[in-house]
Design a protein around this ligand. Structure first.
Ligand code: NAP
Ligand code: HSE
Length: 434
């Protein structure tokens, strides 16, 4: 194709096939808006003989990265393979060979984002990663450009589609965890290794990326305290619902007194909070900026076409600027701030908590437990006891705002009581103010 911008796709799985399909379906519109046609010149895969969801001409497929990185005609490399390596090496080599890069790889960007952005700047090419957070939701460009004039102090979001899909299926359809996970995998939402989704790692990668854009500080994802959803039981989902809450996996970044609270954790969200109504693979981000005030973005956080949409936006933006050779300079990432001190929440933060104890059904048990909590300055907001007539019954407590360290000390003492069978669950309660 004459005068087209030549690109290469690294990977044509869930997201790669979404990009392919959008390019085919909206080809004329894309050419019109970009000012130049976009042509896929090569597609890197592991297995060139594998059957694909989209029909890619056989002569485009290659298993050799040299066919792409050494081809001077290819101006944009679109990395959609996943994992740290070889994706990181391939991105680096592309930039060093003066090619712009678009990626949806949160593992690479959360670990090496700053280094790669600086490398791209030195090589006068672009590195874009809109698809790496929030699937189709354009959160990166919004923070980077549209909200660039704001000081951001809060980001609270549901940023993993797989876990939100699983929790929705468990809550609304009574589907068990394993079945819901299989369904999420079939729909193309889960990572190649889905433990990254369910253990909260994927959300920590994304929170790390959001943190360096919104607050200018790169926090290694492994330093973000996180808990996934594997310990959420059907019982807790039901009790939470009876108390007026929905359990969601939240990612939170809050700045106060020059410090950042960062964590990924399951939480009881009050049903009147907008995040409680975010279901299935949808994601949502609730943000507070000093000029815009409260702001929310909502959309499909995973899946072939929604993520393909975000990736295509980046490709088109770069392709449109290629003839002029001077892409937009406006970018929050022009100013990193290494001085923000991080406050890790690990057992030290404050919050409201839901606690499920399994206790002997006997008079005086509640009194004994509330006295022990009181001794550690843990005050109870509400108590519910279920299932009378059995020997062991659940006792559910919601605390007022407490110091987690003090709550842990109280619960260590309580679990030794002979009337306490187990401390079955401790979950945060999201405070309505965001
Ligand atoms: P996927 O379905 O597993 O597809 C991966 C593709 O990359 C396959 O075509 C595979 O080739 C190719 N590939 C993997 N390793 C390779 C290697 N070493 N050399 C050559 N080709 C290789 O993955 P995906 O779900 O599309 O995800 C891709 C990326 O997007 C990941 O970083 C993921 O985190 C991110 N992402 C995914 C979603 C989503 O909804 N799925 C949303 C946002 C971001 P073969 O087909 O030959 O094996
Ligand atoms: N596995 C990821 C998720 C894909 O479920 O959110 C989107 O980043």
């Amino acid at each position: 194709m004459k005068n087209s911008v030549k690109i290469a796709l690294l990977g044509i799985g869930n997201v790669g096939s979404g990009v392919w399909e959008i390019l085919e379906r909206n080809h004329d519109r894309i050419s019109k808006y970009t000012g130049v046609p976009i042509e896929v010149k090569r597609v890197l895969v592991r297995d060139v003989n594998k059957k694909r969801n989209v029909s890619v001409p056989a002569d485009l497929l290659t298993a050799s990265y040299a066919d792409i990185v050494d081809d001077p005609e290819i101006k944009i490399v679109v990395e959609l393979m996943g994992g740290l390596n070889p994706a990181y090496d391939y991105i680096k080599q592309a930039i060093e060979n003066k090619k712009s890069v678009v990626t949806a790889n949160k593992a690479v960007i959360s670990h090496y984002g700053r280094e790669l952005i600086e490398l791209a700047r030195r090589n006068q090419v672009e590195l874009r990663f809109e698809g790496s957070v929030g699937g189709g939701i354009p959160i990166i460009n919004t923070l980077n450009k549209s909200l660039a004039a704001n000081e951001i102090d809060t980001i609270v979001g549901i940023i993993n589609g797989t876990t939100n899909y699983i929790l929705t299926q468990m809550t609304n359809q009574g589907v068990d965890f394993d079945t819901a996970l299989k369904m999420a995998q079939q729909k193309g939402y889960a990572e190649a290794d889905p433990s990254s989704d369910i253990d909260g790692e994927d959300a920590a990668f994304k929170l790390s990326i959001l943190t360096f854009i919104a607050f200018g500080v790169q926090v290694p994802p492994q330093d973000i305290p996180r808990e996934g959803i594997t310990r959420i039981s059907e019982k807790d989902i039901q009790y939470a619902a009876q108390l007026g809450y929905t359990i969601k996996l939240l990612a939170t970044a809050k700045k106060h007194d020059g410090k950042l609270d960062l964590h990924v954790h399951p939480a009881l969200v009050p049903n009147n909070h907008p995040l409680a109504a975010v279901n299935d693979e949808f994601n949502a981000l609730f943000i507070k900026g000093d000029a815009i005030g409260e702001f929310m973005m909502y959309g499909k956080g995973a899946g072939s076409l929604p993520t393909g949409s975000a990736v295509m936006g980046d490709i088109m933006d770069i392709a449109a600027a290629l003839p002029a050779g001077s892409p937009s300079k406006l970018n929050r990432l022009n100013g990193f701030d290494e001085d923000v001190e991080r406050l890790k929440i690990n057992g030290e933060g404050w919050g409201e908590y839901y606690i499920r104890l399994e206790v002997v059904d006997r008079p005086g048990v509640l009194g004994k437990i509330s006295t022990a909590l009181g001794n550690y300055e843990v005050s109870i907001a509400s108590v519910v006891q279920r299932g009378r007539g059995e020997r062991i019954v659940p006792l559910i407590l919601i605390t007022h705002r407490v110091e987690k360290r003090r709550l842990n000390q109280a619960l260590e003492e309580i679990q030794e009581f002979d009337v306490v069978d187990e401390v079955a669950s401790i979950l945060r309660v999201e405070e309505c103010s965001g």
